[in-house]
Design a protein around this ligand. Structure first.
Ligand code: GFB
Length: 355
């Protein structure tokens, strides 16, 4: 019981779209939704893809984040705990019904086909979950800030009859609804990540502050950025241009800045923040090691990156930087930006506002 309200029933879902940044955006929406309909949120594992492996793997939520932090907002439980200790009472195998807006194409007609394809199948298989039936919840939606809608959910699916609402995909929108951005404050790194972050900073970047930069430049991104002209709100672009493009136009260089622009912007930041003595580069592909070595030769800074690559540690380190430059369109950047906003740390984006 929190805030004197009895919480009834559970929300469980597969973060079946995109990689970490997309899943994190969805998570904030799912958190708001489960609070909106007054149900405990089952914290899903993160769905990850390992090179060379066909099936997704599921990494427990608390492998990266602190579960206790949610206490001040809403009741949550990890999926591992839920399946081990709660499911046998509230969600016996013969009562496992999957929820989707409308039927999904798959092996079975008129079904959510909740386990068709990757990561759908592997996700539920990790917990030996099969579904006996589907429930199409359309036209209901998960806008937690629409009070009438939340009441409708409660009325249509009372917890006495429907103790567990199991969603085929996240009950949330992408990118994160602007009203839910503030929920980032409850997402805090666990001890292990915090310690590794501190250690890396202490060992490599002590004596002066550091500038953190995110370079999203792999082949998938190059391809995605080709859609900038026909998708003015591509992926996480609303974090820069606004949800209605009210803060400007999305440009190609906001999505994929040229090396020369990146260097110019880094130099400008270093000039502005004189206490910065290090640059930390996070990237999915090209860290521009040589480019920075050459460009920053005459500036008193050292350049660093993680080896081997570690996305979550990259995120946590970027969250600590004295200054940050990220990519408007990337939800990986968006996670960092939100975390930094919570802490009141300054950030900017590549080529935005268009200079
Ligand atoms: O996080 P994410 O949803 O962000 O997916 P975007 C990008 C993934 O690429 C991350 C890796 O989860 C990481 O695994 N990655 C990106 C990085 N930047 C870094 C980095 O700085 N360091 C490390 N170590 N890894 C979208 C996808 O990516 O890209 C969409 O989520 C779609 O589904 C689109 O595929 C093309 O929003 O940047």
């Amino acid at each position: 019981i929190i805030f004197g309200t009895k919480i009834d029933g559970y929300v469980i879902y597969c973060p079946c779209m995109g990689r970490f940044g997309n899943q994190a955006d969805h998570f904030l929406g799912a958190l708001a939704f489960s609070k909106g309909i007054n149900r405990t949120l089952v914290l899903p594992p993160w769905v990850e893809y390992r090179y060379g492996e066909i099936r997704s793997i599921q990494v427990p939520f608390d492998a990266y984040f602190n579960v206790d932090s949610f206490k001040n907002y809403h009741q949550v439980v990890t999926m591992e705990y839920f399946m081990r200790n709660i499911a046998h009472d509230v969600w016996p195998p013969q009562e496992r019904i999957s929820f989707c807006y409308t039927q999904r194409i798959g092996e079975i007609q008129n079904s959510c086909n909740a386990k068709s394809g990757n990561p759908f199948g592997p996700f539920w298989d990790t917990f030996h979950i099969d579904f006996v039936k589907s429930e199409f919840y359309g036209p209901l939606n998960y806008d937690a800030h629409n009070v009438n809608m939340m009441e409708l959910w409660k009325k249509t699916y009372p917890p006495t009859e429907w103790p567990v609402l199991a969603f085929t995909g996240a009950p949330a929108s992408f990118p994160v609804q602007s009203e839910n951005v503030y929920l980032q404050q409850y997402v805090t790194w666990n001890e292990d990540i915090i310690n590794k972050t501190k250690l890396f900073i202490k060992n490599n970047m002590s004596g002066g502050g550091f500038l953190g930069i995110h370079l999203r430049n792999g082949q998938d991104w190059v391809k995605a950025c080709q859609h900038v002209t026909d998708s003015p709100k591509l992926f996480s672009a609303p974090q820069c241009v606004g949800y209605k493009n009210e803060r400007g136009k999305l440009t190609a260089s906001m999505c994929l800045p040229q090396k020369s622009e990146i260097i110019k912007q880094v130099k400008r930041a270093l000039k502005k923040y004189k206490d910065i003595k290090h640059v930390f580069v996070a990237s999915d592909s090209n860290h521009m090691g040589e480019d920075f070595e050459n460009a920053l030769k005459y500036i008193d800074v050292t350049v660093h990156r993680l080896k081997p690559s570690n996305p979550h540690l990259d995120l946590a380190i970027l969250g600590q930087a004295n200054y940050f430059i990220g990519n408007c369109v990337s939800s990986f950047t968006a996670f960092v930006k939100r975390e930094r906003d919570v802490k009141g740390l300054p950030s900017e984006f590549w080529s935005f506002p268009d200079r």
